[in-house]
Design a protein around this ligand. Structure first.
Ligand code: 5GP
Length: 176
């Protein structure tokens, strides 16, 4: 397996997080947010974001998966649901990357049925090449091409999540 040099550096990530947190703080001025981190992948992005958001924030997490290694199964599993009541609240879902959109569409529809005041999506990366679900993404960090990326929370086989930057991952049969 081969990991590229940083595709998005620590500095680029920090810059984008600041910008997104600034936009959310302005858009939700005078309101409170229920921030939901989609685990595991969004854990780094989520903690960076909530530290910089300037309106009152409640925190919750949802554990979901639709991927086995680099191949999507198209099936979404919610392994652990949020614990907070969301009726009447302004919910923002924080995701690491949207690819087909199937995972987030499933989560969004599930939460919308619980009657929040509003529900928006904030994703750090947006990979449009294989989008299948019809999904509005209100806050997007970076659009990326059709590459499999790791780092900053994103994994390959649950590894590389701890890299502080985003790198491109390639399987190399000669060396793996
Ligand atoms: P979707 O349902 O949008 O196809 O997939 C979303 C999930 O797939 C993400 O939360 C992430 O776990 C995984 N995923 C999609 N693309 C990538 C990628 O390039 N790298 C990694 N590490 N995970 C990805």
């Amino acid at each position: 397996m081969i990991i590229s040099k940083p595709y998005l550096t620590v500095e680029q990530i920090q810059h984008k997080v600041k910008e997104l947190a600034g936009r959310i703080s302005a858009d939700y001025r005078g309101k409170e947010i229920l921030a939901v981190g989609i685990l595991k992948g969004a854990f780094m992005f989520f903690t960076d974001m909530v530290k910089l958001i300037q309106v009152p924030v409640e925190i919750d997490f949802l554990v979901a998966s639709s991927y086995i290694k680099t191949r999507t199964t198209g099936e979404v599993k919610i392994h652990a649901d949020i614990r907070e009541e969301i009726k009447g609240k302004h919910v923002i879902l924080f995701e690491d990357i949207v690819d087909t959109g199937i995972t987030l569409k499933f989560i969004k529809d599930t939460l919308l049925s619980r009657d929040p005041a509003s529900l928006k999506i904030c994703t750090f990366l947006d990979k449009k090449a294989h989008r299948q679900a019809d999904l509005d993404l209100e806050y997007v960090g970076y659009e990326i091409p059709d590459e499999y990326v790791v780092g900053y929370g994103l994994d390959y086989d649950n590894k590389f999540r701890n890299l502080p930057y985003i790198a491109v991952f390639k399987e190399d049969s000669a060396h793996s």
